[in-house]
Ligand binder design. Structure first.
Ligand code: GLU
Length: 293
């Protein structure tokens, strides 16, 4: 049988309009599909049911059409697949690799402050700068945890990082690729994230779990994403090994910075592609500006 063609995907969240940083990501996908051949899928990452809106999904489709990027028709919408993530959580639960956590953000902050005061040392933070979870709910017995769940207490599900690493028992790595070819393996250090959340209080999954499961279920072989997600990839590769899923090749593209030196973001109201289009900027100009003439 001939080898299956590579599968690429662009996976925006419909919580605002796309900006130039998204265009860079989508156009990098297009260029690498041009280099390696294969399929280019669109996936709508809409697990955040409060912030994601159908009109933003329609906006994403309109912006990508305008840019002229040849995605396969149709797309996977994560909110329609919560059952897939639940199955994976059940398998981790059976192996004792996740635990419920009832802490509020404030309780976590208080515990961190107390530990810093007690030790005189700064509490460790994850690669995004958030304090590592101090493990308050890790020691709850299963009877107590079950009682609080039955009482309807809101809770997240956390990966027990120490147990997960013990279950794997070998150093893990992934391979990066660029338009030249595949490169050297990169070792991962997922422990720097601590006990990450795999299901949120309001949603039965998290970004880390949904992105990992979907890349596998969609047969994605080449993940193209910004450098801001490079460290998070360690969590995804660990989950792939825990869940028996394949590890794709990864490419991390540069980030576009705004005038303030910060990366472009919807939350900072970076100028949207829709606004640029309304100002008369053409898709060809966007391509040129981003180096894809
Ligand atoms: N949905 C993620 C975002 O909009 C990107 C997905 C990924 O590459 O992992 O930032």
């Amino acid at each position: 049988m001939p080898p299956a063609p590579p599968v690429f995907r662009f996976a925006p969240s419909p919580n605002g309009r796309l900006h130039l940083g998204h265009a860079l990501s989508a156009l990098t996908n297009e260029a690498l599909v041009g280099r390696f051949g294969g399929r280019l899928l669109l996936r709508i990452e809409d697990i955040d049911l409060t912030r994601c809106r159908p009109e933003f999904t329609a906006g994403i489709e309109a912006d990508l059409d305008w840019l002229g990027i040849p995605f396969e028709p149709g797309f996977r919408r994560q909110s329609a697949h919560f059952g897939d993530y639940a199955e994976m959580l059940a398998s981790l639960r059976q192996r004792g690799l996740i635990y419920p956590c009832f802490c509020s953000r404030q309780e976590i902050r208080n515990a961190v402050v107390a530990r810093e005061a007690a030790t005189g040392q700064p509490w460790p933070v994850d690669p995004d700068g958030a304090p590592l979870y101090p493990g308050l709910c890790k020691g709850l017995g299963s009877i107590e945890a079950a009682r609080r769940i039955a009482a309807g207490e809101p809770h997240v599900l956390r990966l027990d990082m120490a147990a997960a690493l013990a279950a794997i028992r070998q150093p893990l790595s992934y391979t990066v690729f660029d338009d030249g070819d595949v490169g050297q393996p990169v070792s991962i250090a997922p422990e720097r994230w601590g006990d990450v959340v795999l299901a949120r209080k309001d949603v039965p999954t998290s970004y880390h779990l949904a992105v990992t499961v979907d890349d596998a279920l969609q047969g994605v072989t080449h993940v193209v994403r910004g450098r801001d997600l490079e460290a998070a990839t360690d969590v995804h590769v660990l989950l792939q090994h825990l869940l028996g899923l394949p590890t794709p090749f990864y490419h991390f593209h540069r980030l576009l910075l705004g005038d303030d030196g910060q990366k472009l973001a919807k939350s900072r109201e970076s100028q949207s592609l829709a606004a640029l289009r309304a100002d008369g900027v053409t898709a060809a100009e966007i391509r040129r500006r981003l180096g894809f003439a």
